[in-house]
Design a protein. Structure first.
Length: 396
């Protein structure tokens, strides 16, 4: 399937700034371009690249390293499928996932083929790493999408013509646009105070001056959304010790609720690498990650690593009697708000035309809520809402 080129760009058309280059933000830009949005689009990402929780850890010095440390796959369990799924598959960015699924019960019994809410339906993975999902979305968006990485937006300001200015921690201008989209909750949710030590959420600080009742309702709804923190233990098993990991009867192991309480783990992902090594990711439960705050001191991180290592050793004991991780290069990944809790942001609050602000992400209610599917669908829906808000003169 040959991809159609995007519409010709028009510098005079409305511009859009999207904060967050995860699945929702990238899906939004791809869908907008394919529906005819001709104005400039800029993406602002605090991390090192697009992907968000659907990222892949790589290394310039280790070209064969590939470690999906967040979302291990994309599950689609509602129909019709997202509009962007077919072109992502046709472009070679996604492929069906057919690894062995299993679930552990409270007694340590393995239930082969069992699924949980994150692994039901049709399963896909990024071809060559989950980060290919967002790379593919940006490719589908075509020219005229500016990706700014390592750019943390700390402050927001309204411009004299009703647009938006993005500022860094020193309130220096990063960029601006006519319309603003937040593809995450950090700039609205009070958790930014615990995570980053901010005095208040940047958007909340502007609400009284904007006098937009719909935006106030949206901000209140987002601020009320709960989220579960998670830790992830990342391991890189040397090829000499990887065979026993490759022989495990699962590639993705989930845990029943009682099993999660027993071991403090929610998911274990086994990722064999092309050179014989094996990457392993063990996700904690929220109970094992009670503090979503600032990064702990080195000794605190080491304690968390040891706790997760001990839990993993207990779980794998039926198959790997001695869990030797001396050369496994253990690292800790922390997610301050890994899974939003319902009901989520209603679709009629995703776009606030008076203030030219939109929201998308897995925190939006609807099919796929709290999963990658929800992030993908929310970006598509917001794209349609944005074009409708521009009225008869909008590109078609």
């Amino acid at each position: 399937m040959e991809l159609k080129p995007g519409p010709p760009l028009d510098p005079a058309a409305p511009s859009l700034a999207v904060i967050g280059a995860g699945v929702a933000g990238c899906a939004l830009t791809a869908r907008l371009r394919r529906l005819g949005w001709r104005g400039p689009i800029s993406l602002w990402e605090s991390g090192r690249g697009a992907g968000g929780r659907a990222s892949t850890r790589r290394s310039r010095h280790d070209p064969l390293l590939r470690l999906d440390h967040g979302a291990p796959l994309l599950s689609i369990d509602s129909s019709p499928p997202p509009a962007l799924l077919a072109p992502l598959l046709a472009g070679g960015w996604l492929e069906p996932w057919s690894g062995e699924l299993a679930q552990l019960d409270r007694e340590g019994r393995l239930i082969a083929g069992a699924t949980d809410p994150l692994t039901r339906g049709d399963l896909y993975r990024g071809k060559g790493g989950m980060d290919q999902l967002c790379r593919g979305l940006l490719e589908l968006g075509g020219a005229g999408i500016e990706l700014n990485v390592n750019s943390l937006v700390r402050h927001l300001a309204r411009t004299t013509h009703g647009g938006w200015e993005l500022q860094d921690e020193r309130q220096q201008r990063l960029g601006g646009a006519d319309w603003l989209v937040l593809s995450g909750t950090l700039l609205v949710h009070p958790r930014c105070q615990a995570l980053l030590g901010w005095s208040e959420p940047p958007l909340q600080a502007l609400l009284s001056s904007l006098t937009d009742p719909q935006l106030e309702r949206a901000a209140a709804a987002i601020a009320a959304i709960g989220a579960s923190p998670r830790h992830a233990l990342l391991l890189l098993i040397p090829s000499a010790a990887a065979e026993q990991w490759r022989l495990l009867p699962f590639r993705l192991l989930s845990f029943e609720e009682a099993a999660q309480k027993r071991w403090g783990l929610s998911r274990v992902l086994i990722q064999p690498l092309a050179d014989g090594r094996c990457a392993v990711v063990a996700h904690s439960t929220a109970e094992l990650a009670p503090l979503p705050g600032l990064i702990p001191a080195a000794e605190g991180q080491q304690a968390l690593i040891e706790e997760l290592r001990s839990a993993l050793a207990a779980v794998l004991k039926p198959w790997i009697t001695t869990l030797d991780l001396e050369n496994a290069e253990p690292q800790l990944m922390r997610w301050g708000a890994a899974f939003p809790e319902g009901p989520g942001l209603a679709s009629d609050l995703m776009l606030c035309p008076q203030s030219r602000v939109g929201f998308c992400g897995d925190f939006c209610s609807g099919a796929g809520f709290a999963r990658v599917e929800g992030a993908l669908r929310s970006g598509e829906l917001l794209a349609e809402q944005l074009l409708a808000a521009l009225g008869p003169g909008a590109p078609a």
